[in-house]
Ligand binder design. Structure first.
Ligand SMILES: NC(=O)c1ccc[n+]([C@@H]2O[C@H](COP(=O)([O-])OP(=O)(O)OC[C@H]3O[C@@H](n4cnc5c(N)ncnc54)[C@H](O)[C@@H]3O)[C@@H](O)[C@H]2O)c1
Length: 472
C-alpha cells in the first residue's frame, strides 16, 4: 500500500467511525443548494447513486414547480431522472435550508456565480449562503463547492463560516468543480471524464469520494488535490476549450480571405491525435452561462496576481469580434444594407438541446440587426422561445411556430444554433417561402455546393463563399 492509499484507507475508517459514533444508519444525507442546471442535475444524479438528497433553492416558485414534477428548463433525460428519484423517495425539494442542513452531513453548493460586470465572478450568492450556513450549522459538516469560483474562494468560504459560526463546530470544505455540458448534463454527470476533489482534509475527501463510489466502480479517474489546484483546474479547462473555439474562428476567418476551406482544415487538424477534433468548429462565437464569464474571471485572476493570461485575454476579444463579424457577414450578404430587410433567425439557445440563452450568440446578433434597423425579425427555436420572449419582450420580434413560418417573406434566413431539426430542413419549401434565397449558415451544417444547386445564395463560416446561384 502506497502512502496515499494508506491515507485514504485511514480516512475511510474515520468515515465509518463517524457514522458509528452518531448511531446513524449508513444512508448518506446530502443537501444540494441551488436547483439550476448544475444543482438539479447533481441532486438527481446523487440520488440515483443511492444518496438521500434534499435540493434547496431560495426561489420558492421553482421549488413548488419541482414538487409538482415540472422541470424549470429543458435538459434531455432530466425529467426522467428527477421523476425516478422522487418516486423512490431519495430526492426531495425544499426552500428550508436549516431543516435540510440539519439532516445532512454534506452540503453541495451549486448557486450561481455570474459575472460581476467588472470581469470578476459575483460571489454574493456564495457569500450569503456561507453566512447562512454559519448561522445554522450545529454539527460537523462537509461543504462541497460545485459552483465555479475563483482560486482562493473555498478557503474564504471556510474562513467566513469559521468566523461567523453560532456553534463551536468543525467544518471542512471540498472543491468539487463541475464539468457537465448543458444539453448532455445528465450523461456527463453520470459518466464524467474525471472527478476533481480538492481539500485540506483527508476525512472530507474520503466522505465525498464515498458519495461518488458508483463512479470509481466504473473506473472514473479521480484527481485528489488541494483547494487551489481544484479551483484552477476548472478555469484552466474552460479557458482552454474557449481558446480552441476562438483559435478556429480566427482560422476560419482567414480561410474566407485566402480561399481555403475550413471544413478540410479542421478535419485534417482534428485527425492529429495531439490536437483532437473536439471544439474545433467555427461559428458565431462562444456563448452560454460558463465560457464568457469564466474566461473573464480567469483573466481577471491573472491580472490580480500580476501574472497575466494574455492568451485568455485575446480569446475574449476574439470572441467579441466574432459576434460582431456575424452582423457584418449578413450585411454584406444583403448587399450592404440591413435596414428594412426581413430576417428569419433559426436557433436562439446558445447551443442545441438546451433552453439556456445566457450569452447566446443569437442575442448579440439580433441586437446588432436591430441596431441597424432591420425590418421584421422572425425567430424560431425548439426550446428557447419563452426565454427569448422574456429578454426581448413580445413585440420587438415575431415568434414563429416553426422554421417555415419564420422564413415566410424573409430577405435572408440565418441559422445560429445547430439543432438537429435544422439539419433536415425541406430546403426547396423554405426557399419558396422566402422573398430572396439567401441563407447564412453560421454553424456550417449544409454543403455549399448543394445549396448552390438548390438555387441559394449561401454563406457559412470559413468556407469559400458561393454567392451566386448555379447557372440555369
Ligand atoms: N450551467 C452549466 O453548464 C455549468 C457547468 C459547470 C459549472 N457551472 C457552475 O455551476 C454554478 C451554478 O450554475 P447554474 O447554471 O446551475 O446556475 P443557475 O443560475 O441555473 O442556478 C443557480 C440557482 O441557485 C439558486 N440560489 C442562488 N442563491 C441561493 C441561495 N442562497 N440559497 C438557495 N438557492 C440559491 C438560484 O435561485 C438558482 O436556482 C455556477 O457557478 C456555474 O458557473 C455551470
Amino acid at each position: 500500500m502506497g502512502d496515499l492509499e494508506f491515507v485514504f484507507f485511514i480516512s475511510q475508517v474515520s468515515v465509518f467511525y463517524y457514522f458509528l459514533r452518531r448511531g446513524r444508519n449508513f444512508d448518506m444525507h446530502i443537501t444540494v443548494v441551488g436547483t439550476g442546471y448544475v444543482g438539479l442535475v447533481a441532486g438527481a444524479g446523487l440520488a440515483d447513486f443511492g444518496m438521500q438528497v434534499i435540493c434547496v433553492d431560495k426561489d420558492s416558485e421553482k421549488i413548488a414547480a419541482l414538487k409538482e414534477g415540472t422541470i424549470p428548463f429543458f435538459e434531455p433525460g432530466l425529467k426522467e431522472l428527477v421523476g425516478r428519484n422522487t418516486a423512490n423517495g431519495r430526492l426531495s425539494f425544499s426552500t428550508e435550508l436549516a431543516r435540510a442542513v440539519g439532516q445532512s452531513l454534506v452540503i453541495f453548493v451549486a448557486v450561481g456565480t455570474p459575472s460581476d460586470g467588472q470581469g470578476g465572478a459575483d460571489l454574493s450568492a456564495v457569500k450569503d449562503l456561507a453566512l447562512e450556513l454559519a448561522r445554522i450549522i450545529d454539527d460537523y459538516k462537509v461543504i462541497v463547492t460545485k459552483s465555479t469560483v475563483p482560486v482562493g474562494t473555498n478557503r474564504w468560504i471556510k474562513g467566513l463560516i469559521d468566523k461567523n459560526k453560532n456553534n463551536p463546530v468543525d467544518i471542512d470544505v471540498v472543491s468539487n468543480p463541475e464539468f457537465l455540458r448543458e444539453g448532455a448534463a445528465v450523461e456527463d454527470f453520470m459518466h464524467p471524464n474525471r472527478v476533481v476533489l480538492g481539500s485540506d482534509s483527508q476525512k472530507a475527501i474520503a466522505i465525498v469520494k464515498d458519495i461518488y463510489r458508483s463512479l470509481y466502480l466504473i473506473e472514473t479517474p479521480f484527481i485528489m488535490t488541494n483547494l487551489e489546484t481544484a479551483e484552477m483546474i476548472k478555469y484552466a479547462s474552460n479557458a482552454f476549450l474557449a481558446t480552441k473555439i476562438s483559435f478556429v474562428n480566427e482560422v476560419a476567418n482567414l480561410c474566407e480571405e485566402v480561399g481555403a476551406d475550413v471544413y478540410h482544415v479542421i478535419r485534417a487538424m482534428g485527425l492529429d491525435r495531439r490536437i483532437g477534433p473536439k471544439f474545433l468548429h467555427p461559428g458565431p462565437g462562444f456563448g452560454g452561462s460558463c465560457f464568457p464569464k469564466d474566461t473573464e474571471a480567469f483573466a481577471r485572476l491573472g491580472r490580480d496576481y500580476d501574472s497575466p493570461l494574455q492568451i485568455v485575454e485575446t480569446v475574449i476579444s476574439v470572441n467579441l469580434a466574432q459576434k460582431e463579424r456575424m452582423v457584418t457577414k449578413i450585411e454584406n450578404m444583403l448587399g450592404g444594407q440591413i435596414a428594412g430587410k426581413n430576417l428569419a433567425i433559426l436557433g436562439l439557445s446558445f447551443k442545441p438541446n438546451t433552453s439556456d440563452i445566457r450569452e447566446s450568440p443569437a442575442i448579440a446578433l439580433i441586437q446588432g440587426l436591430l441596431n441597424k434597423e432591420a425590418g421584421e425579425i422572425r425567430v424560431y427555436d425548439p426550446a428557447a422561445m419563452d426565454e427569448f420572449k422574456r429578454l426581448f419582450g413580445p413585440d420587438q420580434l415575431v415568434y414563429a411556430a416553426d422554421p417555415y413560418l419564420a422564413a415566410e417573406g424573409a430577405d435572408a434566413v440565418v441559422i445560429v444554433t445547430e439543432w438537429n431539426e435544422f439539419r433536415n430542413l425541406d430546403l426547396s419549401r423554405l426557399k419558396d417561402l422566402m422573398k430572396e434565397p439567401l441563407l447564412a449558415d453560421l454553424r456550417n451544417i449544409y454543403d455549399p455546393a448543394r445549396m448552390r444547386e438548390l438555387g441559394y445564395r449561401y454563406e457559412s463560416v470559413g468556407r469559400p463563399a458561393i454567392t451566386q446561384p448555379a447557372a440555369e
